[in-house]
Design a protein around this ligand. Sequence first.
Ligand SMILES: [Zn+2]
Length: 307
Amino acid sequence: MPTLPFAERLYYEDACCDEPRGLEFAAVVTEIRELARVEGRPVFQVALDRTAFYPTGGGQPHDTGVLVATARSGAVLEAPVTDVVEDDAGEVWHATAKPIQSGTEVVGRVDAERRRDHMQQHSGQHLLSAIAAREFGAATVGFHLGRMDTTVDLAMPLLSAEQMKVLQQRANDVVMRALPVTQRWVGRDEAEALLAAGVLPKLPLRAGDLRVVSIAGVDQNACGGTHVRSTAEIGPVLLRRVERVRGNSRLSFVCGGRALAAATADWKLLTGLAGTLSTGVAELAERVLKMQAEVAEARRRAKTETR
Ligand SMILES: [Zn+2]
């Protein structure tokens, strides 16, 4: 791991969600500054000598959690971390409403559920991008991990239903093989050579050593994000829809817990609709078509009678 001028990034080496390993850490506050006032109340930004909080970047949102400081008297101050950003110089700033002075020893705790969700979506994107490159020759030109929706932009004409099927099947095949996801640091020269050889799809602008994340036999990518340790941890990969945006295919997908939630919500919706129409889910499409035909027929008759 390279020597960084600011906070040591613990999530580079261990992004796992098995508490307390990886997500609970001891650190010292190195700097504090007032960021803004929200409804008259100050919001501070705190820098630490080491942090497991991921700052927003590379399409992945920041972690949340809490910084806990214990005074000599035993009094405990809990400062929720609501935002984490990296400045241009490379320092990581943790936003909190409670001031913690420089030199204070703290325990940081990252919200495991949110982190796990982000790791599943982000690692799933690595998988989909790698398969889209191999199967369709499509480069990934964008990624957005939203609260509800995660999208990847692929440089190719609109994905067909058959291509969606292939992509989803291949991605879930890799998940079920439980392939290891590993990382290593490479120098800029080696990274340039890997790019020229077509091993790495692209390089970030960041200077210095680069972190290469590998899914065994499937993908190598220079990436500073947080990833699962085995493709099995991604869970099910479910493609939702595709649309054309600026000449690319924008693919919406959900992985892991989000895929389960989406499938459960779909089923609830379908059974609710089927119940309303007094039919079963399997007969729903046929029932709706029949109703449409009946409405059309009723309209036609009404028109004839008014003539
Ligand atoms: Zn990544």
